[in-house]
Design a protein around this ligand. Structure first.
Ligand SMILES: Cc1cc2nc3c(=O)[nH]c(=O)nc-3n(C[C@H](O)[C@H](O)[C@H](O)COP(=O)(O)O)c2cc1C
Ligand code: SF4
Length: 655
């Protein structure tokens, strides 16, 4: 099986400073070499019928090769009506066993350990995909889709218990090292456990024990079909982070019941679909924000406890283990971003880690498409970078030192080309240099620093303050030019804009101290919002004006929610659905949809968000004398960091 092996590095390998993290552990019959767990994360890399593909095998094997203790295969459906979408793996029939076995064998061939997660989405299944209605313990609509589910009858519930048990038996047949039952995140088992979604009055509802009965019967039914020491892990939401949902105290009782029923370990997560903005904590939430829940459960049970939730640094993971708050540490997005995180940490190669920036593009991508990652362009095609022999080392000039240019320079250099990079600004990073200055964006900074280190490592020469022109590019005589020179920024043409009294976003970040007290920001897209947040934390009074229906459009939904909340809490005056008619010294004339114009006055500064236009004017001219000219990133069209990084790295594959 093709997957991407970590290149042998020339750096001196130090031994790990994280002895607990890299100590072995046992869950039932499964011995793992370290305490790092890859949690279940849907990839949408299976085929539409839910069968294992070579892409999914490559994806998981790369993470096994990266040194993780064990991987948990993404949620796998035990019943067609319980599939979330066509990106969900299946194990509801015998025909799925062979494919899963192939995955298990490949993982074992690499010396890895593998657990498969079972799930039924209940009322969170997407009906437009399943073609069936949704089911749930009680007829309460899904907080996400608003669709009303049908209440399950007792015989149907008993049949579903059997379905989970059959799924687990099939998992056992594949030779996997364990099975995990998804009892968290608002899916069917969680729906039964929660007083918010289960208002039944029969034996599957009512009391806490009644609500827990479905989960307990699943555990008992699985235990009856697999050996006593076969790891059966229950993943729970110890706090649903909703008003009426489960809280830690109740989860402690549920945990004890699960332990008595036969669970081998508990994977302690949080949230349901109504609190999804906290479930996969984005950069506005604290690192390790669910560790206290694991510790709370660990205090009342004897089975091993796995913690999860924005654990990005080995120091934090080590501390959790040292303080006895959990026995294993699950790191999801960390391992999407860099599958080799465990090996790099163990070998002291911290500088080589490609950090997850907690942007949550990954979770947004899998609703209807395959998994993507802002910082890792090779998800599900991990073998590609190493699979194309280099026909000839070429002289490559990369123009622009933002993420697209840095990504292209590093990738081209790593492949063996001779690479130069010219950046017209005094600093590298492009517009993301400024984005990383905003509050809570430290991991964006870390990622830029990583890209810069990689580019410096692989590119022969990086020059800042070097503007590329047709003449000097021709004079340099490269064989390949990659134009990654960002968008052409312009202000929206409205009356008053030409009067030279406006600042752009970049200038505002750079010159924040000179903006005065009252600042207006025209444009509440991602950049405008982040600048507003930055200024609010510096004690400014901020008015933000956006003509669309909400702030932060263009951001992933989770950070968009949190930044809107931050701006509201920070006291920003927010005007949406509001068009700017005119700007002048200290004033702005606006018109809210359907209303009269209004003059807003007294601003010390007015900042205008730029329109980002394609920046490809050099292309055709260059093509007359240089055979290979490519344009990547915002120079093609303004988009996000993901497209920039992806296009930079991807273009190079074809040189
Ligand atoms: C793309 C993606 C898919 C996910 N799919 C699942 C899943 O199938 N089952 C599950 O229990 N959790 C799923 N999760 C949640 C993760 O297992 C994990 O709890 C979450 O990402 C927080 O951990 P982290 O901060 O280490 O990433 C998913 C998360 C992501 C980012
Ligand atoms: S998409 Fe963003 S949050 Fe998800 S793994 Fe990649 S960097 Fe992390």
């Amino acid at each position: 099986m093709a997957y991407r092996k970590l290149k042998e590095q020339e750096t001196t390998k130090e031994m790990t400073h994280f002895p607990r993290l890299f100590s072995p552990f046992k869950i039932g019959s499964m011995e793992v070499k370290n305490r790092i767990v890859m949690p279940a994360m849907e990839t949408h890399l299976c085929d539409p019928e839910g069968f294992v593909t070579s892409e999914i095998i490559s994806y998981y094997c790369t993470r096994v090769d990266g040194g993780v203790g064990y991987i948990t295969v993404e949620n796998t459906s035990i019943e067609p009506a319980g599939r979330i979408n066509d990106g969900m793996l299946c194990v509801h029939e015998e025909k799925y066993v062979d494919g899963l076995k192939r995955l298990v064998d490949e993982v074992h061939g690499l010396g890895g350990k593998i657990v498969i997660q079972l799930n039924h989405a209940g009322k969170e299944a997407l009906t437009y995909f399943t073609g069936m209605g949704t089911v749930a313990p009680s007829p309460i609509p899904s907080p996400l889709t608003r669709i009303m589910p049908r209440e399950l009858s007792v015989p149907e519930i008993e049949a579903l218990v059997e379905r989970f048990a059959n799924g687990a038996e099939r998992v056992f047949k594949t030779g996997a090292d364990g099975v995990e039952v998804h009892m968290a995140h608002g899916y069917l088992v969680n729906q039964f456990l929660s007083p918010e979604s289960n208002i039944r009055t029969d034996r599957y509802g009512g009391s806490r024990e009644g609500r827990a009965r479905f989960a307990l019967e699943i555990v008992q039914a699985i235990r009856a079909k697999v050996p006593k020491d076969f790891p059966l892990i229950c993943r729970i939401s110890a706090d649903e982070y909703t008003e009426k949902g489960i809280k830690l105290e109740e989860s402690r009782v549920i945990a004890k019941l699960l332990e008595s029923a036969g669970a081998s370990a508990l994977h302690v997560s949080a949230c349901n679909s109504a609190s999804a903005v906290y479930n996969i904590p984005c950069y506005y939430l604290e690192e390790g924000c669910f560790i206290h829940l694991a510790a709370g459960i660990k205090a009342v049970v004897k089975v091993p406890i796995i913690t999860v939730g924005r654990i990005l640094r080995p120091e934090m993971a080590e501390e959790v283990l040292e303080e006895g708050k959990a026995d294993l540490v699950s790191m999801g997005r960390t391992l999407i971003a860099d599958p080799y995180w465990p090996k790099k940490v163990e070998e002291g190669r911290m500088e080589e880690i490609r950090p997850c920036i907690s942007c949550n593009r990954c979770i947004e991508s899998i609703v209807e498409n395959r998994l993507v990652c802002t910082v890792n362009p090779f998800i599900g095609r991990e073998w590609e970078p190493g699979s194309r022999p280099l026909p000839r080392s070429k002289k490559v000039l990369v123009v622009g030192g933002g993420p697209a240019g840095l990504s292209a320079a590093a990738a081209a250099g790593e492949m063996g080309h001779k690479v130069w990079l010219w950046e017209k600004e005094p600093i590298l990073g492009g517009k993301y240099h400024y984005a990383s200055m905003a509050p809570k964006k430290e991991y964006m900074r870390k990622f830029l620093d990583y890209l810069i280190r990689q580019a410096r490592k692989y590119a022969a020469n990086i020059q800042c303050n070097k503007e590329a022109t047709l003449e000097n590019i021709k004079g340099f005589d490269p064989e390949v030019v990659i134009l990654a020179n960002g968008a052409k920024d312009e202000f929206l043409q409205i009356p008053g804009v030409g009067n030279n009294h406006l600042m752009d976003i970049k200038g505002a970040f750079n010159g924040a101290e000179s903006l005065g007290t009252k600042v207006a920001i025209v444009g509440g897209g991602p950049e405008g919002c982040e600048l507003a947040d930055y200024l609010l934390t510096r004690g400014r009074q901020v008015t933000i004006i956006e003509m669309r229906r909400m702030l932060g459009l263009g951001l992933v939904a989770h950070p968009r929610h949190h930044i809107s909340e931050r701006l509201k809490k920070g006291g920003a005056k927010i005007l949406i659905n509001t068009k700017v008619i005119e700007v002048g010294h200290g004033f702005i004339v606006v018109s809210k949809r359907g209303e009269d114009t209004q003059r807003l006055e007294g601003f010390d500064s007015i900042v205008m968000s730029d329109l980002h236009k394609p920046n490809d004017s050099l292309v055709e001219l260059l093509k007359k004398s240089i055979r290979e000219v490519y344009v990547v990133g915002d120079a093609v069209q303004s988009r996000t960091c993901l497209e920039a990084v992806y296009e930079g790295a991807n273009t190079v594959l074809n040189l």
